[in-house]
Design a binder for this molecule. Structure first.
Ligand SMILES: C[S@@+](CC[C@H](N)C(=O)[O-])C[C@H]1O[C@@H](n2cnc3c(N)ncnc32)[C@H](O)[C@@H]1O
Length: 202
């Protein structure tokens, strides 16, 4: 996600406003439905969901310091007590979520990494899917949305080995919950979505 450097944004400022920046286990409630978006970008999707579902807990994970500040701005403006913001790389998921407490993972418009030598960086690549398996509850869902056809085709192949595919759409209708990317990309072509249900793969 393109976001220019913001001079006034630094780790101290983010921490002062409650953004989690250290790689350490999160203390999460066991009695809440927990939704995690990985690669949240500027946070339009997850903040809209959090606003409309105050009894559930939402977690935005984003690796870019300046992009994450945009999520923080929305959280403060919308007074969202049910949104945790993590400045974090998904490769450390197992450290943050030491138990299987997540009900739903969202991957929205993840970077496509089109070159074959970079495919392993994709957030739908099997190494990441194995991590998701470890932090998800039984009966939980993985939802992946993209405008990138090749990434979608490859991701269906990756995901079906780890999740039961319960929905696959090649022309998703607009909804109340769209990311900044979705709003930008919608006029240019179809939006693809896949929903997979947790499968116990050993
Ligand atoms: C193409 S942008 C899409 C942003 C947002 N989901 C949207 O649809 O508007 C991908 C985002 O994923 C973030 N990202 C990429 N790899 C990540 C990782 N390993 N862990 C956390 N965030 C990641 C990037 O920093 C970027 O903000």
């Amino acid at each position: 996600m393109r976001q220019k450097r913001l001079k006034y944004v630094n780790i101290e400022l983010l921490e002062k406003h409650g953004v989690i920046t250290k790689v350490e286990p999160l203390d999460l409630p066991v009695d809440k439905t927990i939704y995690l978006e990985i690669g949240s970008g500027k946070g339009q999707f997850i903040t809209s969901l959090a606003k409309d579902h105050p009894d559930d807990l939402f977690i935005a994970m984003e690796v870019n310091l300046y992009v994450i500040y945009r999520i923080l701005e929305k959280k403060m403006e919308m007074k969202l007590d049910n949104l945790i913001i993590l400045l974090a790389d998904a490769k450390y998921l197992e450290t943050y979520f030491s138990k299987s407490l997540i009900d739903h993972i969202y991957l929205n418009f993840s970077d496509p990494w089109p070159k074959t030598k970079h495919h392993k960086r994709r957030l739908t690549y099997p190494t990441f899917l194995k991590l998701y398996q470890k932090i998800l509850k039984k009966g939980s869902l993985l939802q992946f949305r993209t405008d990138h056809k090749d990434l979608f085709i490859d991701s269906v192949e990756y995901i079906k080995d780890y999740f039961d595919i319960i929905e696959q759409t090649e022309d998703l209708a607009p909804s109340a919950y769209m990311t900044e990317y979705e709003v930008k990309k919608r006029p240019l072509g179809p939006i693809y979505q896949l929903i997979g249900e947790f499968k116990d793969v050993k």
